[in-house]
Design a protein around this ligand. Sequence first.
Ligand SMILES: [Zn+2]
Length: 461
Amino acid sequence: MPNPQVEIEVKNSVDSRFSSALETLKRLVAIPSVAWESHDLTKVRESAEAVKELAREAGFDEVEILTAQQPDGRDGMPAVVAHKKPSPGYPTVLLYAHHDVQPVGDGADWNTDPWAATEIGDRLYGRGAADDKAGVMTHLTSVAAVQDVCGDDLGLGITLFIEGEEEAGSPSFKNFLQTYRDKLEADAIVVADSSNWRAGVPALTTSLRGVISGTITVRTLDHALHSGMFGGPVVDANTAMVRLLASLHDDKGSVAVEGLVRGDEPSLTYEESDFRKDAGTLPEAPLTGVGSVASRLWQQPALSIIGMDVTPVDQSSNTMAATARARVSLRVPPGQDPEKAHRLLSEHVSKHAPWGSEVDYEAGEAGQPFEADVTSEAAEAVLGAMRSAWSTEPVLMGMGGSIPFVASLVETFPQASILITGIEDPDTRAHSANESLYIPDFQRAIVSEALFLTHMNKKGQ
Ligand SMILES: [Zn+2]
């Protein structure tokens, strides 16, 4: 844990830099860096240039804007990569965030101009104020603070990696890691793009579910038939499809596909009343599944029907459809091989084909789940730093969703400790109207990261 003298110096340094960091964050928010084709992509370049300049000011020796090819051969969006080389024997920490943002959606839903960061009380409103320009500024400010405190004794290598297309699905990310592997290699990777438990309570995100999707086609007839002339001895494909889909859950609402991994009960309690409020559940409906809310969200599979091709009601007639299609999305907990989940799902639908119908399963995406090693030195250092910065016990949090690029990081750098930290909280409304940052936690996140870096600043770990 950081020694008390260093703790005081770090906190003082961040204190003296904080108001300027907040102003710089507002300048970044003013750049509408949406990395979607339908938007002005020169703004993404402009925001990369701004981050590059800030990285220089923060004291990095080598700062570049890099791109890599997407699978379709086109160039991906500009990322900023900056280095402070390690002294011999010292480890290197990679600091990840992204400088692109989500589109604003319907401007009428915003109470303030999304591109003009506005302070109201202790929150800062604007698109990217939290996700993830606050992550960018957390890295830049903590690095500057560490240099204030350590001066010439800073032997730790620090690499800054600020992606420019995270909200657009990171199409060139995998290739980026391959192409610049040598530049990005690190002993620990801090991903500042998640959420804290709530305002005033820090969290380390230690597990993410993976996700697979597949398309099911059911065929009951050679061609569509008149329901009066033929109905009875044969059924239509829609009826067979709903019966097949119904077999995917049991009566309690748990996923009924046999052989899927279920993880251990998480130690953290997610109160049912909080979940009901967060999710906006129907007041009378019991929750589906079994086990604690946290277990159902983070450690158990969850299956949704995300699309169906059936005859629309307005176009319906007394005709029996010959085929129907449905797409299912299955979230899988840490420990589940996504390819195996595809196999199990495919076996399930073949086995449950109703009334001799022909059933086909076509496997789509397969995203890996993630589980952090919380016993690593780096993870313990981050938790210690959070404890000190927030003066409260940090929470080890799972996430029901996936961060696809985390799987790519694990794959490319299997030895590195991956630490998913956050500057968001449940009121942030990332991706929606009125996104906001809780300003006191922004300052604590900078202190925490600076303390973590000072802890890692020693030889031979
Ligand atoms: Zn983000």
